[in-house]
Write a protein that binds this ligand. Structure first.
Ligand SMILES: Cc1ncc(C[n+]2csc(CCOP(=O)(O)OP(=O)(O)O)c2C)c(N)n1
Ligand code: SF4
Ligand SMILES: [Mg+2]
Length: 305
């Protein structure tokens, strides 16, 4: 890890917090992480070359590995969208459901199998437009699901319609003169609705994503990780933001850690208001939904589920 110290420092990580596949001659076969891919069945992916979604998939795999979870202890549930194709490529219990309904299916699954680590993988449209109601109510209930929201500020799969996270002024196929609707701040919304763990990082800061996803999946209650990504094919092209590499670089240059942000004066914060703040924004304890339900059943029936 020594020579990669600068990468760890950029993400505020200790060496033991980062997990990378061992470098071997036959590294694909020897890597436990890569063995979790359904590589013989579903590859190549549908994703455009350079898309950030693959980075999030790698972070998710490493986070699950970090926790030592077996494939059958994990369920990945998604809706529809580029992001929602992710479970199709992974070898866990997987459900590829309908647009906006990942959390509804995940809720049913968690209630039927409370011991299962249930992870709902959603795009910004999936989670906050058509699925917005499920998002706030899953948070309100504090049901033990991890919501992984890949925020690329657009409907990627369907060609670039604006979403609830498109920035003001951003052009989309449905906003050719620029978007006039203020975007939902995903993390603030999740906290206000009742989530018990809420964090944000970007696909440039892949190791930080590993760390936040590990903490989120380990959490008992409803946890949310916003993974800020980009869609160079639709949003980037319509807004002349350059290549995938340019958009990746912009995430590095236009983001700031929460630790650094908290040290800024009010004037400095106003001058840096366009920056993406990365960090853990909320981490509290509150009785998880299926545990509360079990407690109730125990109280009424004197039994245990
Ligand atoms: C009920 C329903 N409405 C609309 C669609 C069309 N549709 C498919 S994916 C999508 C939006 C995808 O955007 P997002 O969730 O942000 O995912 P991304 O592709 O950006 O990862 C839409 C509107 C659909 N499949 N089902
Ligand atoms: S359309 Fe956009 S979000 Fe979808 S795979 Fe391509 S770059 Fe990624
Ligand atoms: Mg999207």
């Amino acid at each position: 890890m020594g020579e990669h110290q600068h990468i760890l420092e950029a993400a505020n990580l200790q060496p033991h917090e980062a997990l990378s596949p061992p470098i071997q001659s036959n590294w694909f076969d020897r890597s436990e992480t890569l063995q979790k891919l359904r590589r013989n069945k579903k590859f190549p992916t549908i994703w455009c070359s350079g898309c950030g979604i693959g980075v999030v998939m790698g972070a998710l795999l490493r986070a699950i590995d970090h926790l030592g979870l077996k494939n059958d202890q994990v369920a990945l549930v998604s809706g529809i969208g580029c992001t929602s194709r992710m479970p199709v490529y992974l070898d866990y219990n997987t459900l590829h459901t309908t647009h906006g309904r990942a959390l509804a299916f995940a809720t049913g699954l968690k209630i039927a199998r409370p011991a299962m680590k249930v992870i709902a993988i959603m795009g910004d449209g999936d989670a906050l437009a058509i699925g917005g109601n499920h998002f706030i109510h899953a948070a309100r209930r504090n049901i033990g699901i991890t919501a992984l929201v890949v925020n690329n500020s657009i409907y990627g799969m369907t060609g670039g319609q604006y979403s609830p996270t498109t920035p003001i002024g951003g052009k989309a196929t449905t906003a050719p003169y620029g978007n006039i609707e203020p975007p939902f701040p995903i993390c603030e919304l999740a906290i206000a609705a009742g989530a018990t763990y809420v964090a944000r990082s970007t696909v440039y800061h892949a190791l930080e994503l590993d760390k936040f996803l590990t903490e989120a999946i380990a959490k008992d209650g409803f946890s949310v990780v916003e993974a800020v990504s980009y869609c160079h094919t639709t949003y980037g092209r319509l807004n002349r933001l350059g290549t995938a590499a340019d958009m990746m670089r912009a995430l590095k240059e236009n983001s700031i850690s929460k630790t650094a942000w908290d040290k800024l004066s009010e004037e400095e914060k106003a001058a840096n208001g366009h920056k993406i703040v990365r960090g853990v924004f909320h981490n509290i304890e509150r009785l998880e939904y299926t545990k509360a339900y079990d407690k109730l059943i125990g109280f009424v029936q004197g039994g245990v589920r």
